[in-house]
Design a binder for this molecule. Structure first.
Ligand code: VGL
Ligand code: ZN
Length: 206
């Protein structure tokens, strides 16, 4: 088994599955695909979107604003989301059917009330590190395979930041689903390609 590779399972939480606060169409279809590829990895890291109820990314915390509008924040443009993945709620829990017992680390992100964090590596202010790059480097990991939700937000930002931190990165497309807000999915694939992120299928791994 390749000990220099890690599988990064992004936000496989009820909040992004059908019925969740920020439901992604067909989001639960990724769970069996992740369960199928995970045994190929000795190193697995999970992320968990983990917001306080007063989080700046929630439309409900901006009177008169609606979900999916954007606002300007000190660090840049922010999409306003429906309330999702509030700390300690069922919405924030990882899907019960996810089977990755060998996972070694769960990175929780988006816990600062005034900063969002799509990326598992760096928060949306582009300054605050989650510590993940240093952790992976300390473990001798050189390549990161990404799956989870959502392709065009947390997966895409994490993949590009993995490249920026010097890792090889590949997104397992059929182990992801997208929000696809105003063409965000096509833009995300173009941005990832430019950053040197590989686009693969679970069948490419075996
Ligand atoms: C995500 C929007 C807001 C994601 C998280 O996991 O892609 N998207 N919070
Ligand atoms: Zn979020």
């Amino acid at each position: 088994m390749n000990t220099t590779a890690a599988l990064l399972v992004v936000d496989a939480q009820y909040g992004f599955m059908p019925g969740g606060g920020l439901a992604v169409a067909d989001g639960d279809a990724i769970v069996p695909v992740i369960n199928q590829v995970a045994p190929l990895f000795a190193n697995v890291v999970l992320t968990q979107d983990w917001h306080p109820a007063n989080h700046v990314s929630f439309a409900a915390n901006h009177p008169g604003r609606q979900p999916f509008e954007t606002i300007a924040l000190p660090y840049g443009e922010q999409v306003l989301w429906p309330t999702h993945c509030v700390q300690g709620t069922r919405d924030a829990a990882l899907h019960d059917d996810l089977c990755v017992p060998q996972a070694q680390l769960i990175i929780r992100k988006g816990f600062h009330g005034d900063v969002d964090s799509y990326s598992a590596f760096v928060e949306a202010d582009r300054k605050s590190s989650t510590g993940l790059a240093a952790y992976l480097q300390a473990r001798g990991i050189t390549s990161v395979y990404l799956c989870g939700l959502a392709t065009d937000y947390c997966v895409a930002w994490s993949a590009q930041d993995a490249r920026a931190a010097g890792f090889e990165a590949a997104v397992i497309e059929d182990a992801c689903r997208a929000i696809d807000l105003d063409g965000s999915l096509e833009r995300a694939w173009a941005d990832m390609r430019r950053a040197g992120v590989r686009r693969i299928l679970s069948s490419d791994l075996a």
